[in-house]
Design a protein around this ligand. Structure first.
Ligand SMILES: Nc1ncnc2c1ncn2[C@@H]1O[C@H](COP(=O)(O)OP(=O)(O)OP(=O)(O)O)[C@@H](O)[C@H]1O
Ligand SMILES: [Mg+2]
Length: 284
């Protein structure tokens, strides 16, 4: 059986002032422990959806629930939501504002009114998780882009949310920076955080996510990543291409080299393993 939704939007509609509807009657669920990738073309509403899920925007129709309980948009309700769901925005410069890395990362826990010792422990833990302990005293405005991104994520991690939502976390990172971030996210997942990310990178989504949600003009389609990201029709509707792993699997199947029942590769290593093995062709 599937896990109950930790955070859910039901029948949610939203439009910016004077703008056309961005989301209409949307149902969306974050299930505990399932790494979720949110994909869609520029302007499809990924950022808007993430802001609705984290309480920064309020749906005009429909509602947001946490473990089945409707979120209230008063101070108390929003504080409760923020201890459950944390959003890391696309541009770290929209998130960072304190003078030093440590001050920035402490801001959220201090605002919760936690004792100093608890704040210090959380900040130390978040800096270590993002591998930026050595940057603690650095002025945020002197950091590189990748360092600012890690600092912004550390600020969210210090809140110890159950759900961490990241808007395009790998955009602007170099290949090694992307790999380091994925290792960090794996660590957070292992320690029980549910991670959701928006990305345009279908290859990354296939490799990283358990589930993929595709934002299309006719609504959001969610499924297991290897299934959703092999649907050329949905991908085209969402303005995306087939991940290389799915494209490779199609080619191998067309040549009779891969059985329908054998999943395609998600990484180059998996392709090597497939090619080194009997290519699963005997099964089909
Ligand atoms: N603050 C705003 N005021 C008015 N319209 C907005 C605002 N933010 C976004 N929009 C509009 O809402 C729609 C959805 O934008 P959103 O930023 O959610 O898309 P996105 O999927 O995150 O795009 P991208 O891939 O470029 O980040 C777009 O048409 C955009 O122009
Ligand atoms: Mg966006």
């Amino acid at each position: 059986m599937s896990e109950p939704a930790l955070v859910a939007l039901r029948g949610a509609s939203f439009a910016y002032e004077d703008g056309p509807p961005v989301l209409r009657g949307l149902d969306f669920e974050i299930r505990e422990g399932r790494a979720l990738a949110l994909l869609g073309r520029n302007g499809s509403g990924k950022t808007t959806l993430m802001r609705l899920l984290s309480g920064g925007l309020r749906p005009h129709e429909g509602r947001l629930t946490v473990q089945g309980q409707p979120v209230t948009y008063d101070r108390k309700g929003l504080t409760r939501l923020r201890t459950t769901v944390q959003l890391v925005v696309q541009d770290p410069d929209d998130q960072l504002f304190a003078a030093s890395v440590e001050q920035d990362v402490s801001f959220g826990p201090l605002n919760l009114g936690l004792p100093d010792s608890e704040v210090r422990a959380r900040v130390a833990e978040a800096l270590a998780a993002l591998d930026i302990t050595a940057l603690a005293d650095r002025p945020t405005h002197l950091l590189s882009y990748g360092q600012r991104k890690r600092t912004a994520i550390a600020g969210a991690v210090a809140m110890r949310p159950r759900v961490l939502i990241l808007d395009e976390p790998t955009a602007g990172l170099d290949p090694e920076g992307q790999e380091r971030l994925l290792v960090t996210l794996d660590g957070l997942r292992e320690s029980g955080t549910t991670v959701v990310m928006a990305t345009h990178d279908v290859d990354l989504a296939l490799r990283w996510a358990d589930d993929a949600a595709l934002l299309t003009p006719s609504g959001v389609r969610t499924g297991p990543a290897p299934v959703a990201l092999a649907r050329t029709d949905l991908l085209r509707e969402a303005g995306l291409r087939l991940p290389w792993g799915a494209a490779t699997a199609d080619l191998l199947r067309a040549q009779g080299l891969l059985a329908e029942s054998v999943p395609g590769p998600r990484t180059p290593d998996e392709l090597v393993a497939l090619v080194a093995g009997p290519l699963g062709a005997s099964g089909g």
